[in-house]
Design a protein around this ligand. Structure first.
Ligand SMILES: [Zn+2]
Length: 455
C-alpha cells in the first residue's frame, strides 16, 4: 500500500479517530490516584478498540494492581515478533489554572491536539491500534507477529510490571508471553517537525542516600566544639572531593564500562540559549565533551539534597548527630547500578575518618542505560520509513533521562529496543497545555503501518 493510499485512508477516518481519542483523554487514568473505576473503564475501552483492530488474544493482567493490557495475534513461527509498548496512565493535570482548556477534554487548536496525555502517551498508544486496524481493513499482510503491552503506571515507577518481573514463580511464564525479537518503545519524542529525529539511547539511573553519623546526640558547640568531628563538615569534605575541576568523577572505577566514543552527529546544545534559559553566567561540564554529550552520553554524580543539624529559625549552636546526602547518578553504556553503588560505598569507606560512621542505602535497584543497536536491520528500516514519511533526513538524538521499565524489558527479554515517538520537544508533557500535532497522529499511524507490513 503506498503512502498516498495510507494518507487517504487516514483522512477518511480522521473524525472517527478524533472522537475515539477524545474518550481516551477523558478517562482520568492518573496512576498515583487510587482510581480503579477510571482504569477499569479505560481498560474496557482499549480492549474493544484492540478487538476491532483484529487482535484476537487479549489478556488483562490485574493480579499486580492496575491492569496491564497484553494482546497478541496468532504466532507464525516463520515471522519475527515485535512487542509494541506504550502506557495509558498520565501525570496529574494540576495546576489547572495554567491550562488554556480542560485537560481532560480533547481540544483542537491550529492543528494541535491539547489535553493531558495527548503527547505522553495516549495518542501514540492509540496510533498502534489504528495502524493495526488499517492493516486489517485493507487486508495487508503483517510482516511480524504482533505483541502489545499497554502499561497502567509508567508515571509512577511501573509498579505492576516491576512486581511482575520480580515474581519468581511466574517470571518464566511472562518471559515466554512477552518474548520478542524487537521491542518498539512507543513512548519517545522527536526534536520537531522540521527536524524529525529518533532517540538512540536513554541513560540509566541509580539513586542512593548516604548518612554520616558523628556523636550519639546533638552536642553543645561550646562545650564540645573544637574536639568533636562534625558529620556535616565531613559530608561536605567527602562530597567536595568527588569531582575535579574538569568535572570528572574521581570515584575509583566509576568510568569502567563507559565507552569513550564521540558521536559527532549529535546536534549540540546552544550554550548562550541555555545560559539565558536558566539564568546563569556559566555552566560546568566535563572537559573534552560537548554539552549535548555531557547531558546524554556521559555519566553523572549529582547531590540532590543534604540535610542534618538545625534548619529552623534563628540559630541553634550544636554539633549535629548526623548528616544525610541524597545522591543520584545517571548511568551510560554498560554501567551496572549495583556496581556503581558498591564503588560509591567503597569511596566513603576508604575516605571517611575514624571519628565518623556511615551507612549507604539504595532507593531501588536502579536501571541500566538502553542503547539501540543502530546497525541492526530493524533500526535502519524504521529510520528509512521515518525519512519517507517526513520527507527529510532523520537526525539521531539521545535522551538524558531514564526509562527504567524499558531497561527492565531489555534485561529480561534480551531483545533489541527501538525508541519510537512523534511528540515534539515542545509538547509540554507533564506540564500544562500538553500538545501533540495532528500531523504527528497521522505520521505515527503511517510509520507503524509501513513498519509492520514491509520487510
Ligand atoms: Zn511516557
Amino acid at each position: 500500500m503506498s503512502n498516498t493510499d495510507i494518507d487517504s485512508q487516514i483522512e477518511l477516518n480522521i473524525n472517527k479517530y478524533i472522537s475515539e481519542l477524545s474518550k481516551l483523554i477523558e478517562s482520568k487514568t492518573i496512576a498515583i490516584d487510587d482510581n480503579k473505576p477510571e482504569f477499569n473503564e479505560a481498560t474496557e475501552y482499549l480492549k474493544n478498540l484492540l478487538t476491532s483492530s483484529g487482535i484476537n488474544d487479549i489478556k488483562i493482567i490485574n493480579e499486580f494492581g492496575n491492569q496491564i493490557i497484553f494482546a497478541q495475534n496468532n504466532i507464525d513461527k516463520n515471522l519475527k515478533t515485535v512487542l509494541l509498548y506504550a502506557h495509558y496512565d498520565v501525570q496529574p493535570a494540576e495546576p489547572l489554572n495554567l491550562w488554556n482548556s480542560d485537560p481532560f477534554k480533547l481540544t483542537i487548536k491550529d492543528n494541535y491536539l491539547f489535553g493531558r496525555g495527548v503527547a505522553d502517551d495516549k495518542t501514540l498508544l492509540y496510533s498502534i491500534i489504528k495502524a493495526l486496524e488499517l492493516i486489517k481493513n485493507n487486508k495487508l499482510n503483517l510482516n511480524y507477529n504482533i505483541k502489545i503491552v499497554f502499561e497502567p503506571s509508567e508515571e509512577s515507577s511501573s509498579i505492576e510490571l516491576n512486581k511482575l518481573f520480580k515474581d519468581e514463580n511466574n517470571l518464566q511464564k511472562y518471559k515466554d508471553l512477552f518474548k520478542c525479537d524487537v521491542l518498539l518503545a512507543c513512548d519517545s519524542d522527536m526534536i520537531s517537525e522540521e527536524k524529525p529525529s529518533i532517540s538512540t539511547s536513554v541513560r540509566g539511573i541509580l539513586a542512593t542516600e548516604v548518612t554520616i553519623f558523628g556523636p550519639n546526640r546533638d552536642l553543645h558547640s561550646g562545650s564540645y566544639g573544637g574536639v568533636v568531628g562534625n558529620p556535616i563538615t565531613e559530608m561536605c569534605r567527602l562530597l567536595d572531593n568527588i569531582h575535579d575541576l574538569d568535572n570528572k568523577i574521581k570515584i575509583h572505577g566509576f568510568y569502567d564500562n563507559v565507552n569513550n566514543f564521540n558521536e559527532d552527529e549529535l546536534i549540540d546544545i546552544d550554550l548562550e540559549d541555555l545560559k539565558k534559559d536558566i539564568e546563569v553566567d556559566d555552566v560546568i561540564y566535563e572537559k573534552g565533551y560537548t554539552l549535548k554529550q555531557c547531558c546524554t552520553t556521559r555519566p553523572t554524580f549529582e547531590i540532590n539534597g543534604i540535610y542534618g543539624g538545625y534548619n529552623g529559625k534563628g540559630s541553634k549552636t550544636i554539633i549535629p548527630n548526623y548528616c544525610v546526602a541524597k545522591i543520584s547518578c545517571r548511568l551510560v553504556d554498560n554501567q551496572v547500578p549495583y556496581e556503581i553503588f558498591n564503588k560509591i560505598q567503597e569511596y566513603f569507606k576508604n575516605n571517611i575518618r575514624k571519628a565518623f560512621k556511615f551507612k549507604i542505602d539504595r532507593n531501588d535497584e536502579g536501571s541500566m542505560a538502553v542503547n539501540s543497536n543502530t546497525n541492526s536491520n530493524e533500526f535502519r528500516k524504521i529510520v528509512n520509513i521515518l525519512s519517507d514519511v517526513y520527507n527529510k533526513k532523520i537526525v539521531f538524538d539521545k535522551v538524558g533521562g531514564s526509562i527504567p521499565i524499558i531497561s527492565k524489558f531489555k534485561e529480561v527479554l534480551g531483545c533489541d529496543v527501538i525508541f519510537v515517538g512523534f511528540a515534539y520537544n515542545n509538547c509540554n508533557c507533564h506540564g500544562p497545555n500538553e500538545n501533540y500535532s495532528l500531523q504527528s497522529l497521522k505520521n505515527g499511524i503511517k510509520t507503524l503501518v509501513n513498519y509492520l507490513t514491509t520487510n
